[in-house]
Design a protein around this ligand. Structure first.
Ligand code: HEM
Length: 480
């Protein structure tokens, strides 16, 4: 938390606004859009001497993201006491800085790049088929619920080697609830609001419970893992522990928890948004269906076939541009720093935003529209398009996430198309930095011989992106 500065906060023109810091956590996207419009690429929201700084341009993104010595990661505002379970379960990459981060990241990168990707192909295909096992043509499904559940199973399988559906949902949901509680209590830490910090006790007991569950899962897993027959990420971490003696049990516990937390909802939200966008853009769905039909044979695409689906890649990239599951991230200054025209005191939170950067019209034409074709020519820099972050803390799971998305979408779309139900409400909201649907996304299962049509929908989705005019609520009013 940041107290009134002994150093002058700014020099030259002031992009500082007095306001209520709670405006940011209540609706991060609206708050950032307003600050960007009113203050420009660099903004500071100040409330009784407490401040949050915001950067909105690729160049400022670059400055903040490349200088990891000055801009520390502080994903979890509340780490708990030194010997607490909260401290241990938050001890993963997202909370580390400096040499500790570099060393642990090296070990994790090694784990993530070792012969994993081709081996995961079969697991992803199997789970995609099992997702559709009880789907029938004409049925109504909530795309959001389906994808969150699907990714609980997938993430538990790929990261922890868990193939028991019930157990994976139980453990994964526990991690998700704990992440959400961190976010709620963390807002209190950011803005010093007592109403948020009341739930700190609940957070600590959730961490105790979560730690016990992760330890139990480790115990169940260990026997199988040491036989070297398994290729889930945890098995590889156990092996790294054995060979390098550098990963203590405590570190492993934090890495396992935070990797799951980083992997699950980000990927689930990306799936939900992509299926929703495809259903509302039939011409995109048609081109994609043609590509999948031409490039793949059989019910299940092979690993090789999946390497030649360029349009599918554009669809995923565009979905992650226009509705990035990671909508913003936070750093905190480890020392007094100069950023653009500002002098920031030590411990100032600094926010950068994928959502704002990806919606800049000077980088992407018709930036609020979903247009996969733009990727035929678009070649943004790493700081203009950053769904997985950029620089020394860029997502280590990006290749795995892309493989999950590419593979599962191809398998699913070979069997079903989706028609969003007319008049359904689609709300998007940022919770714990992640932009996901917070309402049902009701859809009907279509055969692949049919294309969906664009239908009017209600909800805050219209504040986030420009859907085709047939999707706007006035289409419902006109028809009435
Ligand atoms: C579509 C899915 C995903 C998205 C959008 C996403 C996004 C991100 C972003 C933006 C960051 C950087 C955050 C920052 O700079 O503060 C990040 C970091 C990270 N992600 Fe992902 N991620 C995804 C999937 C995954 C998966 C599947 C895994 C693991 C299996 C994973 C593990 C991590 C880890 C461990 C970090 C921390 C890296 C570090 O601090 O060095 N992510 N992710």
């Amino acid at each position: 938390m940041n107290s009134p500065a002994s150093i002058p906060l700014h020099s030259g023109k002031q992009p500082i606004q007095q306001g209520n810091l709670l405006e940011f956590p209540k609706n991060p996207i609206d708050c950032m859009r307003r600050l960007h419009a009113e203050c420009g690429d660099l903004a500071v929201l100040e409330d009784n001497g407490q401040r949050i700084a915001f950067v909105f341009s690729p160049e400022l993104n670059r400055q903040v993201l490349t200088d990891s010595n000055t801009y520390h990661s502080q994903f979890f505002a509340l780490r708990g006491g030194r010997r607490s379970a909260q401290r241990r379960v938050t001890s993963g990459l997202l909370s580390m800085n400096g040499s500790e981060h570099r060393e642990n990241r090296r070990i994790m990168m090694d784990v993530f790049t070792r012969r994993i990707l081709p081996e995961y192909h079969n697991t992803i295909c199997d789970l995609s088929h099992s997702l559709m096992e009880d789907w029938e043509l004409g049925q109504q499904r909530d795309l959001n619920v389906e994808m969150v559940h699907f990714m609980l199973r997938m993430t538990s399988a790929l990261l922890f080697g868990i193939d028991d559906a019930e157990y994976s949902v139980e453990l994964g949901s526990k991690i998700d609830r704990w992440v959400r509680q961190n976010h709620e209590v963390g807002i209190g830490a950011l803005v010093s609001a007592p109403e948020f910090t009341d739930s700190y006790g609940t957070l600590l007991s959730m961490a105790d419970d979560l730690e016990a569950s992760i330890k139990e899962m480790f115990a169940k897993h260990r026997d199988g893992a040491t036989k070297g027959q398994r290729s889930d990420v945890l098995s590889l971490m156990f092996q790294a522990q054995g060979s390098e003696q550098q990963l203590s049990d405590e570190k492993l516990l934090g890495h396992a928890t935070l990797t799951f937390a980083a992997a699950h909802l980000t990927t689930a939200h990306t799936f939900s948004w992509t299926l929703f966008l495809l259903a509302q853009h039939p011409e995109v769905m048609q081109r994609l269906a043609e590509e999948i039909a031409q490039a793949t044979t059989g019910e299940t695409p092979t690993f090789q076939e999946l390497q030649s689906l360029p349009y599918l890649d554009w669809v995923i990239k565009e979905s992650m541009r226009v509705l990035p599951a990671s909508s913003y991230s936070q750093r905190v200054t480890s020392t007094a720093a100069t950023l653009g025209s500002l002098n920031l005191p030590q411990a100032t939170p600094v926010i950068f935003s994928q959502f704002i950067t990806h919606h800049r019209p000077d980088i992407f034409e018709d930036a609020n529209e979903f247009r996969p074709e733009r990727w035929e020519t678009a070649s943004p820099s790493a700081y203009e398009y950053l769904p997985f972050g950029a620089g020394p803390r860029m997502c280590i799971g990006a290749p795995l996430a892309m493989m999950e998305l590419r593979t599962a979408l191809a398998v699913i779309l070979k069997k079903f198309h989706f028609q969003v139900n007319p008049g359904t409400t689609v709300n998007g909201q940022v919770i714990s930095t992640m932009l996901g649907p917070t309402s049902t996304v009701e859809a009907t299962l279509l055969p692949t011989t049919e294309l969906p049509s664009t239908v009017p929908v209600y909800g805050s989705i219209h504040d986030l992106i420009d859907l085709p005019s047939a999707a706007k609520p006035d289409a419902i009013r006109r028809a009435a």
